[in-house]
Ligand binder design. Structure first.
Ligand SMILES: NC(=O)c1ccc[n+]([C@@H]2O[C@H](COP(=O)([O-])OP(=O)(O)OC[C@H]3O[C@@H](n4cnc5c(N)ncnc54)[C@H](O)[C@@H]3O)[C@@H](O)[C@H]2O)c1
Ligand SMILES: O=C(O)C(=O)C[C@@H](O)[C@H](O)[C@H](O)COP(=O)(O)O
Ligand SMILES: [Zn+2]
Length: 362
């Protein structure tokens, strides 16, 4: 078990990574204000992993209520959020009730947002069970639901009290979901950690084989990168925007195709290649760098071409991006494979050409 700390003064919290972390009722109990917690999970994860979390809590005298939601990105929405509020109210949950999100990023994001809103804010704990959630969404306090016009458009910054990433849960994760998580792992290498990028290239096979040591190292190094960025810029007034590499394009793919059709990691993999292609057109990186990124995605089984939405539709969807300022797109681009910058310098024609180069023909 390894523990990192996300340093945010009075909102600091531990990120615990390792086999069996879900059973650490002692850590959960230490974070609770009363011996009661509400576990929010979904119909897929609960039968696989809920007992590992719930039984030790019960044994420790902590009363738990389960809220089991339908599974899917398309349920990261208002009606599903309301189901959490209905359960909290029906069970007279108080301001000191802690919510525990057991699942992937969808459960983490919606539970975190419910915690941010219920009675104007209650504590919550992240218990991520996908690779993507263990390396990214459980850390940093971005919580949200989707809107038909854009991803994560309704949300709040609300930090968890604790992150418990049990690497044993990854054994049941479908391969496509595992690959999707690798896209966010690679993102850290691309934006700020060239040594990690090289390590990922050298350890792709071990990761795809889910070798425990390689997995733990990838998760810890990812969380360390994320924790450093969030500690420096919690509310995304600067450096945190770099965590959005590929997301302006990727969110357009997710929204444009309908939530759940493209997985988040798949969409941002293509988005990162669009950003790389645009950086090449600006003369910031060379073709070899773009090919290097593409080769790693191919080895990880990630897509390298986007859907044929049409360039105009991509641009229309991208106009909703949260980084848009005074109506102008700001994009995360690459200065090298290992250094990203936020820039509004790209000419519209180059943005359109980069999209066209990386999506299927209509
Ligand atoms: N808040 C953030 O900072 C942040 C960061 C990245 C992504 N996100 C969001 O996270 C979401 C994507 O998260 P995700 O990739 O975890 O998707 P997900 O939550 O939909 O989980 C993927 C699938 O795996 C299943 N699953 C989860 N754990 C499992 C396990 N251990 N074994 C078997 N099946 C399991 C889920 O039920 C689901 O079907 C998107 O909504 C994205 O916008 C948020
Ligand atoms: O934590 C962040 O900051 C991120 O941008 C992490 C992203 O991987 C994640 O997908 C996030 O939800 C995107 O944020 P958004 O502000 O573009 O919705
Ligand atoms: Zn993401």
């Amino acid at each position: 078990m390894q523990t990192l700390n996300l340093d945010l003064a009075e909102r600091s919290y531990p990120i615990v990574v390792g086999a069996g972390a879900l059973a650490r009722a002692d850590l959960i109990a230490g974070a609770l204000a009363q011996p009661r917690a509400v576990i929010v999970s979904n119909e897929t994860v609960a039968p696989l992993h809920l007992a590992k979390l719930k039984a030790p809590l019960t044994a420790a005298g902590i009363d738990t209520l389960d809220v089991i939601l339908p599974d899917g990105e398309e349920y990261k929405d208002w009606p599903t959020l309301n189901r959490i509020f209905d359960a909290l109210l029906a069970n007279r949950c108080e301001r000191s009730t802690t919510l525990i999100a057991l699942g992937g990023g969808v459960i983490g994001d919606i539970t975190g947002f419910a915690a941010a809103c219920y009675q104007r804010g209650v504590p919550f704990i992240q218990a991520p069970t996908t690779l993507l959630a263990q390396v990214d969404s459980s850390v940093g306090g971005k919580t949200a639901i989707n809107h038909p016009l854009g991803k994560n458009m309704i949300g709040a910054f609300h930090q968890p009290q604790l992150v418990l990433a049990d690497t044993d849960t990854l054994a049941t994760l479908p391969l496509r979901e595992f690959r999707s998580g690798l896209a966010e792992v690679i993102k850290y290498g691309l934006i700020r950690d060239p040594a990690f990028l090289a390590w990922l290239e050298a350890n792709t096979d071990a990761l795809l084989a889910r070798e425990p040591q390689a997995l733990a190292e990838a998760i810890v190094r990812s969380c360390r990168n994320k924790a450093e960025v969030v500690a420096a810029d919690e509310r995304e007034s600067g450096e945190r925007a770099l965590l959005n590499l590929g997301h302006t394009f990727g969110h357009a793919i997710e929204t444009g195709c309908g939530y759940g059709v493209w997985l988040h990691g798949e969409a941002i993999a293509v988005g990162m290649l669009m950003a790389a292609e645009l950086s090449r057109r600006l003369g910031w990186i060379d073709s070899a760098a773009v090919e290097r990124i593409e080769a790693l995605f191919v080895r990880c089984g990630l897509p390298v071409q986007g859907p044929a939405l049409g360039v105009e539709r991509y641009l229309e969807l991208m106009a909703h991006d949260k980084k848009v300022q005074d109506g102008k797109l700001r994009l995360v681009l690459l200065r090298s494979a290992g250094e990203a910058v936020l820039s509004s310098a790209a000419p519209a024609a180059d943005i359109a050409a980069a999209i066209a180069a990386r999506c299927r023909a209509e």
